[in-house]
Design a protein around this ligand. Sequence first.
Ligand SMILES: Cc1ncc(COP(=O)(O)O)c(C=O)c1O
Length: 411
Amino acid sequence: MNSQHPDGSVFSNIVRAPEDPILGVTVAYNKDTSPIKLNLGVGAYRTEEGKPLVLNVVRRAEQLLVNDPSRVKEYLPIVGLAEFNKLSAKLIFGADSPAIQENRVATVQGLSGTGSLRIGAEFLARHYYQHTIYIPVPTWGNHPKIFTIAGLSVKTYRYYDPETRGLDFKGLLEDLGAAPTGAIVLLHACAHNPTGVDPTLEQWEQIRQLMRSKGLLPFFDSAYQGFASGSLDADAQSVRMFVADGGECLAAQSYAKNMGLYGERVGALSIVCKAADVASRVESQLKLVIRPMYSNPPIHGASIVATILKDSDMYNEWTLELKAMADRIISMRQLLFDTLRDRGTPGDWSHIIKQIGMFTFTGLNTEQVAFMTKEYHIYMTSDGRISMAGLSSRTVPHLADAIHAAVTRIP
Ligand SMILES: Cc1ncc(COP(=O)(O)O)c(C=O)c1O
């Protein structure tokens, strides 16, 4: 026995950490034995039958990879699969992007969206003169943690107006207008999580002008390209506007949702620079960020993506499957809205069909959410965010019943 560790364990004083607020919803859901339980917490696509979906084009790409005897399992370079990086930059910035043609973009493979954000954050903390990053209120819960742990100082800008359940555009412009020169600004490229509220193209243009006039550095988080509208190009418009003006920006991409590659952890970080030699030096420094973190990224997911993106037939098949996912989500919005209207549920629910992407920010409060979980076995984050991708025509009536009961019983 050691007197400093009376029960013999050097770890006995470790306190239990809280569950992650989003992933913790699934932990609670898994413990529930009710046959009617419904998990609308995590943002993962489900079919009409409530099952996870592996895209047909992904299965095809995997077959090709498996059947290719020349493929080996050697390490990838630190920056990942070169072909994947090129194709990823083309996907987000557009094939005709001058930044790509002029070799001004440094792209590295990352561990999905999260890992790509983290690489970008660490790079900025080491090499960029301004360490303040502005993130929207609200935002994806992991953002403040990723940026803080990388060494950036996190501040917020107004984004969502609970009154209108829409964009607080005035507040957004005021807050970014008051940000110090050079501050980094985290922007959701499309399908803002958790609100489903995006600026219009005209509003994006005003944001762009304001940010460029103040020298603010855009850091785009693109986790839903193609998933919001069903069009890969339409969902990349915001990013492309900022690249078209010749200025610098960062973009983190994820293939979790739009290719259904969640657990493969495949994504990319691109830094758009003003000159090719700068981009090349930036890339050399990105390697120094990545090497001590995980040495080099995994090969399988990036190979799937590259196989699909480089083949026009597979690329087309992907766009169709992607559109089908986006359309199913949009139809669930309409169905939920119609069902609440038919029930005569008090309140204006038009935000359900106005919001876009994977999530609806219902406006339900913490007590109403707790009630729906307890009485109806419906699981969601306590801010009232529900994943539309987790709904089906079979489960919408159950959800509508729960919402109706929650808002009529708990004001
Ligand atoms: C806004 C946003 N950014 C990034 C991510 C990162 O996801 P992943 O690391 O699985 O690509 C998500 C996933 O929910 C997200 O919603």
